[in-house]
Each structure stands twice: as C-alpha cells, then as structure tokens.
Write a protein that binds this ligand. Structure first.
Ligand code: GLC
Length: 511
C-alpha cells in the first residue's frame, strides 16, 4: 500500500542528538561530519528523516539550545559547507532533514542581550525581551512568581532594578515576539534554513512564544505542567500561521513540527489547516502501561488531529525524557515501539533507543544539564539519556570518536556491549527488531486507514486493526504471560511468542 499526502504524514523521524551521535574531530562533542558519516546507517535502519538538534553557535549552557547566532554553524559542530554536504548526502540516500529552530529565547551571549544588559533600565534595547521592574523597595524582588521550567524563579535581575524573563535557564532570556525586529529576525532565520534546502523545521518550545502581557500571577495551587500565562496562548497561533505561509512558499511539502507538551486540546490547534503539519504527542510517554489509558488516549489524539486532516506525531523517546528502556523497561520499550509503529501517524525515534540503551546514572560532577543545578540537585536532569552512542565494541569511546578522545559525557564500562557492531548480526537485538519493524511497517501499516478499530483482547492486553481488515497489533501490557496463542500468524513480535502465548510486556503484529 502506498502512502498518500505529504512525505511527513506517516514518516519515521530519527532524532540525531548531535552532541552525542558521532564525533569526527575528537573534541568529545558529536559534530556534523560525524553525523554525515553515519547517514548510511540511518538509511539502512529504514527511517525516512533525521532531525538534527541545534548546531548553531552556543555557549552550551543548555546543550546548544542557548543560541547566540541563529543563522550560522558552531565551529565545534562544523561549517555551513559541511551541513550542505550532509543535506546533499541525506537526500541522495532518500532521507529528509529537519532542523531545530530555537526561537523562543536566545543565549545570554547573543548580541541583542549583551546590548540589552549594557543599555540600562528603560532602554528600547530591552524591549526585545520580557523586562519588568522588580518588586520591593528597590526592585530587589522578582516581578512575579512565574517558575522556570528548569526550576527556580523565571526571572533574573539585571542588577539595576529591572529583571528579565527566562522560562528555561538563566542564560536563555525569552524573546518578545510582539517586537517587530524579533518577528522579522525569526522570519529571516526560517527563510535562511529553508533556502539551504532543509525539508522541515522543529519549532522548539513551540507553545511558549507568547506571554500574557499583563504578567499575572500563577493561579493558587498551580503546578508544573498546568496551563500558565506563558503556555499555548491563542496569540501564539498567529505566529504559526505566519510561519506556515513561509513554509508553504517553498516546494516539497516542507514540514513544520511544533514541540508541544500537552494533551489533545493543546496539540489540536497547532494542526489547523493553516498552521503546522505535526505537533509532538509527548503525553503517551506518561500514560500508565494499562489498556484503558492507552485506548482512551489514542482515541482522543486521533480525534483531535484527524479533525484537521492531520495525524498524531508519536514520540517514542527524546533527549528531554528518560530512555525508553528506563521508562517502560527493556521489554516494554520493544513492545511500545511496535505499538507506535502500527498506529496511524508519524513516529519520532530517539538516537540510541534502537540499541535499547539504558539510562546512565551519572555522578553529580559529570552532569551538565542546567536542570540539575537549577533544581538544587533535586532533579538529576536529562543527561542520563544523552550519553554518547556506542558504535563499536571497543576500545573506548566505542566508535563515538577517535580512540583516545574523551566524550563530553562519560560512557559507562561495558557500553560497547550495546554497540551497533555487537547488535548488527544478532537477530534478537533491539537493533534487529527496529530494522525489521521499520521494514515491515512499510508493507503492513503505512497508508492504511487513519482509524483504529479496537478488538476484543485478553485482560491487560490491547488489540487493534486499522480499518476493517489488515494486520492486527496485539500488545500485552501486563506483567504476566497470556496463556492463549494469539490468533493468526505472527508477522513480527517484540519477544518470542512460543508455546503458551504472548509474554508479559510484549507486542506482536499478526496477519
Ligand atoms: C526544548 C528542548 C530542550 C531545551 C528547551 C529549551 O524543550 O527540547 O532540550 O532544553 O527546549 O530550549
């Protein structure tokens, strides 16, 4: 069955977390040349697209999401020419390239912020940012109680009575998109990368671009993740309508994907016909592994997306959450891969999850994620899912970089046991399952009706088809094996479906 609609409608996109993917020059940090050299691996894996995390000049206070020049390449990551080469190679291999645009904030080292800091209170140079007078006798208190997503207050003092807003790290001041120069610069950035030939853009922190101009206090009892005066406001959609028009002006169905965090009611509006093609479905990462939440969650997401003629963009893992093998357990991660690949929509896979990489416990002094520092050490942050990939059995750094180089995050002993080289020819490996599943999905699921028909299933299990006929996906979310043979013949399973039936935490595609 052939896919219909734009290339991204049911695409598998592989998130290349650049800093941890492949380090060609041996400085410990993954780079564009390294990633370029591994494109054949990704084509062989069977993905449709790669999403490159930021490669722009950055002081690296937040893994490159603190950008000091949005239209350039950080020399540690490579050059513009190298990026052009990567895009050309990717296209030759049949892979699309999606880049990450961080437009909500800049780095504190961005010329605009340096100028704002130097200019002093009341200066128009500060108008590009969210700057407010402090409270208290001499402005020594933050303007309000808004919280940074990374912990602590969302405001930092200039030291002259005025404070600036940073929803993330203190080194990531938020831009005020109502400012004409900010809007014009964002449009110029989008144009720059589209003209470079990228096939899509991910809009980082998509819902945060507009803040309530009255800067009201958070409601009493507010908790992280609740709606806020700075998340997913109606006005933010005006911005996406503008950017969608820009995307549409280029040939080739360029993709705009919103980094959204929220349920169907949050995601839906980004997918209106004059807005974006995709918005991340992150919620499934938190749904309990029980039939009811999954069934209801899938139905609600499908309803919210298909009403706009779009499909969900399932996120199986990312650099912002713990490793799939940690969240769902080793077996659960394999099972949920088969579930997501069978559902209608696109799927985002995170580099290293195809190897079943575990979350790494890092020592305090090894952690770079600002979340750790800003939460006063209460939260370990996201680095445990960002340890550089093992490509070979050894010696260290296991093919991530040249022998003798030191990766920016330490790889644990035995890391080579998870390597691509070790798994490539092992039919029971996570890598073999991912490859087989991606290949079979082309034939079995892609292009099938965008509806999920739930079938009767044993307790603790879910079973569905897409449309009236076609293959069935059966998943046992429970902790005990199902002592009944699944009906039909097994096309692919995440665990051996021997004698009695489907093992605990496993899934199968059945003909
Ligand atoms: C997004 C990125 C995350 C980053 C944050 C601030 O959520 O995925 O890694 O820390 O935005 O840019």
């Amino acid at each position: 069955m052939t896919a219909t609609g734009p290339w991204w409608r049911e695409a598998i996109t592989y998130e290349v977390y650049l800093r941890s993917f492949a380090d060609a020059d041996g400085d410990g940090l993954g780079d564009l040349t390294g990633a370029r050299s591994r494109l054949p691996y990704l084509a062989g894996l069977g993905v449709d697209a790669v999403w490159l995390t930021p490669f722009y000049p950055s002081p690296d206070h937040d893994g490159g999401y603190d950008v000091s020049d949005h239209r350039a390449v950080d020399p540690r990551m490579g050059t513009l020419a190298e990026l052009d080469g990567l895009i050309a190679d990717a296209h030759r291999l049949g892979l699309r390239v999606v880049v990450d645009l961080v437009l909500n904030h800049v780095s504190s080292a961005h010329p605009w912020f340096i100028a704002a800091r130097a200019a002093g209170p009341g200066s128009p140079k500060r108008d590009r940012f969210h700057v407010r007078p402090g409270r208290g006798v001499a402005g020594e208190l933050p303007p309000n109680g808004w919280r940074s997503i990374f912990g602590g207050s969302a405001w930092a003092p200039f030291g002259d009575g005025e404070w600036y807003l940073h929803l993330f790290d203190i080194e990531q001041p938020d831009l005020r998109h109502e400012h004409p120069e900010v809007a014009a610069d964002a449009a110029a950035t989008l144009r720059f990368w589209l003209e470079r030939g990228v096939d899509g853009v991910r809009f980082d922190a998509a819902g945060s671009l507009v803040k309530d101009p009255a800067y009201p206090e958070l409601p009493p009892g507010w908790r992280a993740g609740d709606p806020s005066p700075y998340s997913d406001r109606d006005e933010v959609h005006e911005i996406y309508r503008r950017w969608a028009r820009q995307l549409a002006a280029y040939p080739g169905d360029r993709l705009g994907v919103a980094e959204t965090w929220g349920g169907p009611e949050v995601i839906g509006p980004y997918l209106r016909p004059d807005e974006l093609g995709q918005a991340f479905a992150m919620d499934p990462l938190y749904w309990p592994l029980r039939p009811e939440p999954w069934r209801a969650g899938v139905d609600a997401l499908l309803a919210a997306t298909t009403r706009h003629g779009r499909l969900p963009a399932w996120v199986h893992g990312s650099h912002d959450v713990s490793r799939a093998a940690q969240r769902w357990g080793r077996d659960g991660a394999r099972a949920m891969l088969l579930v997501m690949l069978a559902l209608p929509g696109a799927v985002y896979l995170y580099a290293g999850d195809e190897l079943g990489l575990p979350e790494v416990a890092l020592a305090d002094d090894e952690i770079r994620d600002p979340v750790f520092r800003r939460s006063g050490g209460e939260e370990r942050g996201r680095d445990g899912a960002r340890v550089p990939l093992p490509w070979t059995d050894g010696p260290a750094p296991y093919g991530f970089g040249p022998v003798g180089s030191t990766p920016w995050l330490p790889q644990p002993a035995g890391w080579g046991g998870f390597s691509v080289a070790r798994q490539a020819d092992d039919p029971t490996s996570a890598l073999a399952l991912t490859r087989a599943a991606l290949r079979l999905r082309e034939r079995c699921w892609r292009g099938r009706p965008a509806e999920v028909a739930w079938l009767d299933a044993p307790p603790g299990c879910l079973a569905f088809r897409r449309g009236a006929d076609g293959p069935t996906c059966l998943v046992n979310l429970g902790n005990a094996a199902i002592d009944r043979r699944p009906p039909g013949s097994v096309l692919l399973a995440s665990a051996p479906v021997g004698g009695p039936g489907l093992p605990a935490r496993s899934a199968a595609w059945l003909a």
